[in-house]
Design a protein around this ligand. Structure first.
Ligand SMILES: Nc1ncnc2c1ncn2[C@@H]1O[C@H](COP(=O)(O)OP(=O)(O)OP(=O)(O)O)[C@@H](O)[C@H]1O
Ligand SMILES: [Mg+2]
Length: 475
């Protein structure tokens, strides 16, 4: 017998509930012959337990009149667990009105007893078609949501590609993730991508910056309070752990947490329970933790500034985002991405970027990383008067400062430049005293002469009347 499937990959699963064992047996046999996978329960309470355990059922067939719980009550309780579940109610002639009520309350259809098996087979097939459709829509919505979240993260460098791979690998697990990286490298973006690639993606993503909130408020934010817990607590508050239940909690700047808060966080991680301030109730929470820091937590542990036990709890899967200056392959694609995005946002289109601009973007150190690059692009688009970004437009940005915009020179040239500067500095500080300068530089006097002559330096130009500084005082 060909098996009926709900989504082309597995058999559709049906749960039948009736307090008459003989009816259950006959119906199970007939439906199995039609290619479905069938579970049966004699008691509605057991059926509800089965669904609550998370067993995947596509269709519930239930008698309307049963001891303990009516078919409709069972249906309503099951729909709370799985709103896409399909339900068909069996009803005797005397209770048709109740069956109609059940359909109004969300059942797919009803079948009168004694059961006409052809009628039942037809309705079962239709109900399962509806179920498959609903599931496909939900899957599609998820795919769109997840892809959107990931396609917004751009990168071409081997480092960022490795991070993308790590995200896909670790997201479906429930492991705690620690994201390391300088400010503006995209830590929060990674945290979001992890959430949207996980089975929790329908749940909440709750972010909190531990450095931005004073300690006492942070505790209140994370764990909540009951009404009257302190003078100004006029209403109760759930706290972010409970808001993130079945979702992901992102704790940014976790390295800035005080010791007392670290201890409280450790307790929640260990027990999976939170106790709001002033409450005697304890709440179980199912939260996946993602934390981020720009500090080196291991060093903080060694310095006694971060609890070692907490470190081991959160440092389960570390993800490191390299500074932008160490992944120049990302600069061009990020530039393109932000010019397009900002252009669309501001209703301007930039069609030309001068070569020097690109080169200066590629050689700048980007201390503020991707966020800084995004800001510079936004500034350039906002101040552009036509569709071209010219070199001179960078003069008012951080890229104009220091050597950041300079071309990279051959190593020998850079070395010569360095030695010349070094010698000038040395003679300035030794007031042009050749013996002393040679000693500090670690050269024999004769060799030292050759060296500074090669660089066209005249020590006399640095002579100042009066004392010279002692060689060992020169830093
Ligand atoms: N790979 C990327 N692709 C696209 N946009 C990015 C990328 N990385 C970072 N950004 C953007 O740069 C900005 C900073 O990113 P994010 O807030 O995630 O950084 P962060 O590491 O959390 O910074 P901070 O330490 O300051 O909180 C955001 O606007 C983000 O969208
Ligand atoms: Mg951040």
């Amino acid at each position: 017998m060909e098996s009926k499937s709900n989504n082309n990959t597995s058999k559709a699963r049906i749960l039948i509930v009736d307090d008459e064992e003989s009816i259950l047996e006959v119906m199970k046999m007939r439906l199995e012959l039609l290619g479905y996978e069938v579970e049966t329960k004699l008691e509605p309470e057991k059926a509800l337990e089965f669904i609550k355990e998370g067993k995947e059922i596509d269709l519930l067939l239930t008698d309307q009149k049963m001891a303990g719980m009516s078919g409709q009550d069972l249906m309503e309780a099951c729909l709370e667990v799985d709103p896409a579940l399909q339900v068909i109610i069996f009803t005797a002639y005397g209770t048709i009105e109740q069956a109609v009520e059940a359909v109004k309350a969300g059942a797919f259809s009803y079948v009168t007893k004694p059961v006409d098996h052809q009628d039942l087979a037809h309705k079962v097939e239709k109900a399962l078609e509806k179920r498959a459709l609903l599931k496909r829509v939900a899957d599609l919505e998820n795919i769109v949501k997840c892809q959107f979240e990931f396609t917004d993260m751009i990168g071409n460098s081997p480092q960022i590609k490795a991070v993308f791979k790590q995200i896909v690998q670790v997201a479906p697990t429930d492991s705690t993730i620690t994201i390391y990286g300088e400010s503006g490298t995209g830590k929060e973006l990674v945290a979001r991508a992890i959430h949207f690639h996980s089975r929790r993606c329908k749940g909440a993503f709750v972010a909190v910056n531990c450095a931005a909130i004073p300690e006492t408020l942070l505790e209140d934010e994370l764990f909540g309070h009951v009404r009257g817990a302190y003078t100004s607590a006029a209403t109760s508050k759930d706290g972010l752990f409970r808001r993130a239940d079945r979702g992901t909690l992102f704790l940014d700047e976790v390295g800035e947490m005080s010791e007392a808060m670290q201890a409280k966080l450790l307790r929640v991680i260990e027990t999976g329970e939170v106790k709001p301030l002033g409450s005697d109730r304890i709440f179980k929470v199912d939260v996946r933790l993602v934390v981020a820091t720009k500090r080196d937590l291991r060093t903080m542990v060694d310095q006694g500034k971060f609890r070692e036990d907490l470190y081991y709890r959160i440092h389960v899967v570390p993800i490191t985002l390299a500074p932008l200056r160490e992944r120049p392959d990302d600069i061009l694609v990020l530039m393109q991405h932000f010019f397009k995005k900002c252009g669309e946002k501001m209703g301007r289109s930039i069609n030309r970027i001068e070569g020097d601009v690109i080169e200066r973007f590629l050689t700048y150190r980007w201390p503020g990383n991707v966020r800084e690059l995004q800001n510079v692009v936004e500034y350039l688009v906002a101040t552009s008067t036509n569709d071209t970004i010219t070199d001179s437009m960078l003069d008012t940005t951080a890229l104009a400062q220091e050597d950041s915009g300079k071309r990279i020179v051959p190593l020998r040239e850079a070395k010569d430049e360095f030695i010349k500067k070094y010698l000038e500095d040395l003679f300035r500080r030794t007031r042009g005293n050749v013996s002393q300068a040679a000693k500090v530089a670690g050269y024999y006097r004769a060799d030292f002469y050759k060296l500074f002559q090669k660089y066209g330096i005249n020590p006399k130009a640095y002579k100042i009347k009066g004392k010279t500084i002692e060689a060992d005082k020169i830093a």
